[in-house]
Design a protein around this ligand. Sequence first.
Ligand code: SF4
Ligand code: SF4
Length: 354
Amino acid sequence: MYRYEDLREVHLELTTRCNAACPQCPRNLSGGPVNPALPLSELTLEDVRAIFPGELVARLRKIYACGNYGDPMVARDTLPIFEHLRSQSAGLELGMFTNGSGRTPSFWADLAKVVTYVRFSIDGLEDTNHLYRRGTQWARIVEAATAFIAAGGRAEWDFIVFKHNEHQVDEARELAQKLGFERFFLKKTSRFFAAGNVSGRRVLDRDGAPAYMIEEPTGDRFKNPAVVRLTQLGRFTDYQAETEIACKAVQHSRLYVSAEGLVFPCCWTGALYPPGRPAGTAQIWDLVRRLPEGKASLDARTTPIRDIVEGPFFQTLVPEGWPKRSVADGRLEPCIRACGGTDTHAAQYGASLL
Ligand code: SF4
Ligand code: SF4
């Protein structure tokens, strides 16, 4: 893997908390009860100061707040953290991904002064967005985006296409333009494939009762082309054994810091708590348990980030899996899924429609 001096990008999870409950997000069970395996954790300004030495921030080209389990908007110290990072590097690209349904207009206006962009995840219009972004309120999203844009912020819109919103793509694009968004992306989801190549998912209420179904889009132009290719393959186990792994963390000189302060090469290896703990997660836990202090060996609040990157998880345990020829033999399933030759993740995005 890369060395500490090579680092140029950081993906940051500020919190595992969220105001929403999206049915395909692992922080909850199908949009219903909160995932019982998930620790509620959050990085403070003090944590960020301790984790990222000034010399590291100064040479980074990009830090973006997103994460596996939470929305950075809801973290207590989001704004002071971005202000601190900006004070360390005037040219650093700072980004945030959010559902946008929260905080005050003044928060968004202040944020606009320090970040490079905010990517709002808005999957439809007023009558449909909440079917996936459960718990969000349309008026608050519009208020947030309007305040951010009015203060000079660069707003971008991600629209995950489902059957229930595919008829609204053009109207949403027009609204994005009217509100002053600078970019508008359709996201061709791969999550139905990741869930076992199903075409729909039952959404649950907070008490676990079935509520309704969400389904993949019907239009061919909204289907993920890499998923289409994978579904046409013969045996998936052959693909898992044979595909070349091109590590995105290495390609972008990037690492991931979780809301627990744990450092991983990427969010895929850092996904420790998905519901049901699938096989790939069990593989990562097996590697973590081989570290001298287990999970604590990856905690950048107590161990210098340089030592973690130069340590066994990054330099031997993860890379050793890449040349293996089967998952059973130690080829890491998250690496195949995220960085194999048929890239369902990258294929989610096309060019901006604005
Ligand atoms: S907004 Fe993001 S963090 Fe929150 S439930 Fe949805 S996908 Fe998960
Ligand atoms: S999933 Fe594996 S191969 Fe892909 S970026 Fe992460 S460590 Fe690298």
